[in-house]
Design a protein around this ligand. Structure first.
Ligand SMILES: Nc1nc2c(ncn2[C@@H]2O[C@H](COP(=O)(O)OP(=O)(O)OP(=O)(O)O)[C@@H](O)[C@H]2O)c(=O)[nH]1
Ligand SMILES: [Mg+2]
Length: 417
């Protein structure tokens, strides 16, 4: 058998040459269109591999650059031809060659089969890959689960990414395979954690490490230091005022405020006004020395709330300065404050950018202004950090509440199934 590879401009041209050279019984083994990597270095052409003729006395090897499939097909052809030549009808005497030996030795055929084992394995692997690809294709074209699809649509309408919506719907599937809103709410609740300042105060906090090294004089048992970081205008200062009021006035705890936001005079005046209204001390910190003084001065307090400057996307310098002062404060908690009406990608971007300040919690503001809450829920889930509070209005101190998992889940799921 001859196996020949032809290159031609068209399939018809290749086929004509094959018939002319190999005869009318030639068999096409493979055909492929070859596009040169850079079109201007060559033209497209058709490559056809064909086999023809009776078994040749010597097996003609497939071309050196034959594909696995071509080599396996050629080997299988050859083996079949040889088997045909040596096989005798049941009960008949095996044909012998003129010298009395079998004309085609079984060893040759076995060797051929042995040689092709690795190639068959390759082919099986290729078949497995094709089967997997087909499986994926089938799942895309499988009849849709209408109820599940409707839930995915509603979740994406509420600002969740399709990827997370499908993920939650998948997790919400009960044993029956049915998807309900109750299941989705449970799947969300499983992925969101909540924890406020009060929880930490109640539970007792873990020992401090960083503060001692940054400020040798500071005690590890001092006040609970809680910082608030985040983009500009999200409500950091208002949140500090709300929480300071809750703890200083309602809980009667010893509270101090610190601001690291000295970039704008108005920012200092804003928090000073709140401090005076609440009758709590305020420290304005611009250097490491100020950090030390502030921590020493308020070592007897239970809580120190730290307000920080808001950041735009490109203010690396301010972020670096803030990082230095903040790490010297060694806060027990760093709440990343994000406004709920922010679109999902911007919010996830902020999460990534502010990760350099090592936020321990997320705090969402302006829920009252958000039309949909998918960005908030998705960021909470993707961050893996607990949500501490949600703020839902400008009024100090009323419009803030500890985050609740069921309420966060309900923010993107309708009440009824
Ligand atoms: N509707 C609504 N407005 C809020 C909420 N929280 C804060 N605000 C308002 O948002 C505006 C900005 O609040 P700030 O507390 O100054 O925000 P900030 O993050 O400290 O701003 P910068 O310090 O400039 O980065 C103010 O008008 C607040 O009254 C909220 O939950 N809902
Ligand atoms: Mg502020």
């Amino acid at each position: 058998m001859r196996i020949v590879r032809y290159k031609a401009r068209t399939k018809q041209e290749a086929w004509q040459r094959i018939r002319a050279e190999l005869g009318p019984d030639a068999v096409i083994i493979s055909t492929r269109l070859v596009s040169p990597w850079l079109r201007w270095f060559g033209k497209e052409y058709v490559e056809v591999v064909a086999a023809a003729g009776a078994p040749s006395p010597r097996r003609s090897a497939p071309p050196a650059d034959a594909t696995t499939a071509e080599r396996v097909i050629a080997a299988a052809h050859e083996a079949r031809e040889q088997e045909r030549a040596t096989a005798a009808p049941v009960g008949a005497v095996a044909p012998e060659s003129s010298n009395g030996r079998h004309s085609a030795t079984p060893h040759a055929s076995a060797g051929l089969r042995r040689r092709s084992t690795a190639e068959v394995t390759d082919l099986q692997q290729e078949i497995r890959e094709i089967r997997n690809a087909l499986g994926r294709l089938m799942s895309w074209t499988a009849p849709k689960d209408d109820a599940a699809e409707a839930i995915v649509t509603q979740l994406t309408d509420r600002g969740l990414s399709e990827e997370l919506a499908r993920d939650l719907v998948g997790a919400a599937r009960g044993e029956t395979g049915e998807v309900t809103w109750e299941g989705v709410r449970a799947a969300i609740a499983e992925r969101i954690d909540v924890m406020g300042v009060s929880d930490l105060l109640a539970a007792g906090r873990p020992p401090k490490e960083a503060r001692d090294s940054a400020l040798p004089g500071a005690s590890g048992d001092g006040p609970l230091v809680v910082a608030f970081v985040g983009p500009t205008g999200v409500g950091k200062t208002t949140t500090v005022a709300k929480l300071a009021a809750r703890h200083a006035i309602l809980d009667r705890r010893a509270v101090a405020l610190v601001t690291l936001d000295t970039y704008r005079v108005a920012a200092v005046e804003q928090i000073r006004t709140y401090a005076q209204m609440l009758d709590v001390p305020l420290e304005v910190v611009v250097s490491l020395e100020d950090v030390r003084t502030a921590l020493e001065r308020h070592a007897n307090k239970e809580l120190i709330f730290v307000d920080t400057i808001g950041h735009g996307p490109n203010d690396e310098m301010q972020l670096g300065q803030l990082r230095m002062l903040l790490s010297a404060m060694a806060p027990d908690q760093v709440h990343l404050v994000l406004a709920a009406p922010t679109d999902r990608r911007t919010m996830l971007n902020a999460l990534e950018r502010f990760s350099r300040l090592k936020p321990t919690h997320l705090l969402f503001t302006k829920l009252d202004e958000a039309v949909v809450h998918g960005a908030m829920v998705e960021t909470a889930i993707r961050s893996g950090r607990p949500v501490s509070y949600v703020s839902y209005g400008q009024d100090v101190p009323e419009k803030i509440a500890p985050a609740a998992v069921d309420k966060l889940a309900a923010a993107i799921c309708p009440e009824e199934d």
